[in-house]
Design a protein around this ligand. Sequence first.
Ligand code: ADP
Ligand code: ASP
Ligand code: MG
Length: 411
Amino acid sequence: MSKQRIVVQKYGGTSVGSAERIQEVAKRVIRHREKGDSIVVVVSAMSGETNKLVALINELNPNGSAREKDVVLSTGEQVTIGLLSLALEAKGCPAISYTGSQAGVKTDNSFSKARISNIDCSKIKADLSAGKVVVVAGFQGVDENGNITTLGRGGSDTTAVALAVALDAAECQIYTDVDGVYTTDPRMVPEASHIPKLALEEMLEMASQGSKVLQIRAVEFAYKYNMPIRVLSSFDEGDDGKSTLVTREEDIMEEVLVRGVAFNKDEALLTILGVPDQPGVAFKILGPISDANIEIDMILQNASADGSTDFTFTVHRNDYDQAKEILQATAKKFGAKNVGGDQTIAKVSIVGGGMRSHAGVATKMFEALAKENINIRMISTSEIKVAVVIDEKYLELAVRSLHESFRLDDA
Ligand code: ADP
Ligand code: ASP
Ligand code: MG
């Protein structure tokens, strides 16, 4: 007997945002199953539900225990797995729903940003063999002590890719409200172009620079285990609409100089002024921040003038207050002059595999921003990315002018 192809399909919040939308998802799943594939569906909470849960938590106890917050946050997905299974059942399709814990999604115990350590797929495999569609709650898992954990906002993408890897699926399909990955967020720039195919490495940079169409950890998983991701719209009528295939094929990388423009408004900047310029200074400043499990993104150390230097870095805005407190304590120890910060910054990045072999891309980016009189506050580069920090108020102007300068609208 030939082995059936397994396909994992993930439907995001807007795709399951109402009873009608869930009906549409059920119909699509059934159409795919009728083609002969075994289907595992991962769903998010209905759109807006996770935000409502966050608001409730903040109303009652914003500084409360991380464990209890995850107990609350994980509930949105439990509603949609049950509803989708009921909708499938009503249409005569055998289905079974599992929470993350029931599906065997094991994670570490970093509540609110847990990492999947392994997935025990035995139950899912048995259900698929019995002809059922398996519906799994995204965004959640369980730690070794049985505590419910969540995987960070947008984490259902990661559940889907991790399941696809664990089940050795043919493809991981991410259904959302856009029909693929565009040269920039089409909500900000309607002229953005559709990208039919891009390299996982490029998507990794786009996601890490803020393109929320895929969660970064999902892309990391896909890259590590060579799992192709296809991004599609659940709002397309049929099954032959546009899509974007994100794969590890090397040759796509060289196709274009700049693939897209990503941006991020979630960061904040912190500066410590007048610290002694001596060995170990970066470690002494950033060590305590990392110890508090706060991720640092960009770092800038000014040239030393009088034996002292200024040190600037960015963190997620949610971590700003805590990072500032830690920095103030460090400043006291050092006898540093001052600690400053700014929460109204934005990061804009250009990403493209072709940059590896072409010089001058960064200069062109700086020229485009200079033309618009936009001041650059920090710069960082990688082989396939140039990122700058600017004032938040110029974000849209910067994205539009970069999109135009690199001719991405005619891509
Ligand atoms: P879901 O709820 O399905 O997970 P998300 O809101 O997380 O959907 O992701 C889809 C959204 O990502 C799109 O509506 C779009 O606004 C945004 N987005 C950001 N950057 C891009 C990009 N480069 N291409 C496509 N969509 C993007
Ligand atoms: N419901 C979660 C969120 O809103 C997870 C997800 O949608 O991927 O972040
Ligand atoms: Mg998402």
